[in-house]
Design a protein around this ligand. Structure first.
Ligand code: AP5
Length: 210
């Protein structure tokens, strides 16, 4: 699942994962968890993430190699937010080949920049269970508290205006080209990420079955 920050990669990847009974592998979630737990990976990655920069390729490729080796990936998986550079795409291609795996589809969600900025500025997340809220569309019932687990609902550290701007620039500069990598291989499917979550999911399902 490719696409710019805020386009809905995580939201749609979660639905695919639930629908097909496969794990969602979000590199952003894995890194955030490492930062929260203060692991060596978290210490290395945190500063890049707070600036909205990409974590170095060699760290990310090693992380994915380790994750795909886990037993729950044997009957499939959804990659969310990886690869983000051509080097990561080449690393993934080699890894998939060595594991005898092929993608069913490479989906890139597409939406206007202003839509992305508004979604990210409005987003709030539960620190405990990860539930996702939107200040404009789906606020938690009690401000700052999760409806599901009572955990603290906060803004992601990289969802401030300056870092959002940088994340979007980094996407244009380093990640958008990954679409070309998969287009050349005839695997890329562009999906309109605008409209409701259900509307987008219907388009994603079409792209998966097409
Ligand atoms: P990551 O966590 O992947 O952040 P991102 O790419 O900036 O993406 P987001 O999670 O912000 O957005 P999304 O597209 O998943 O949208 P979502 O569904 O959440 O990565 C964070 C950082 O980790 C990176 O900046 C980098 O530093 C590092 N990193 C991660 N992977 C890396 C890699 N491969 N290489 C190097 N570094 C890496 O939706 C956003 C909001 O919009 C939510 O509130 C959601 O509810 C809402 N929303 C979604 N769809 C809709 C809709 N249709 N209508 C209305 N609202 C919607």
């Amino acid at each position: 699942m490719l696409g710019a920050p805020g386009v809905g990669k995580g939201t749609q990847a979660k639905r695919i994962a639930e629908g097909y009974g496969v794990p969602q592998i979000s590199t952003g979630d894995i890194l955030r968890d490492a930062v929260e737990r203060n692991t060596p990976l978290g210490t290395k990655a945190g500063a890049y993430m707070n600036r909205g920069e990409l974590v170095p390729d060699e760290i990310m490729i090693a992380l994915i190699r380790e994750r795909l080796d886990e037993v729950d990936c044997q009957s499939g998986f959804v990659l969310d937010g990886f690869p983000r550079t051509n080097r990561q795409a080449v690393g993934l291609e080699k890894l998939m080949r060595s594991l005898g795996l092929k993608f069913d589809a490479v989906i890139s969600l597409e939406a206007e920049r202003e839509v992305l900025v508004q979604r990210l500025l409005a987003r709030r997340v539960c620190r405990r269970c990860g539930a996702d809220y939107s200040m404009t569309m789906r606020p938690s019932k009690r401000e700052g508290a999760c409806d599901l687990c009572g955990g603290e609902v906060v803004r992601r550290p990289d969802d401030n205006e300056e870092t959002i701007r940088n994340r979007l620039e980094v996407y244009q500069r380093q990640t958008a080209a990954v679409k070309g990598f998969y287009a050349k291989r005839g695997q890329l499917r562009l999906v309109d990420g605008g409209g409701s979550v259900d509307d987008v999911f219907a388009r994603v399902e079409d792209a998966l079955s097409g």
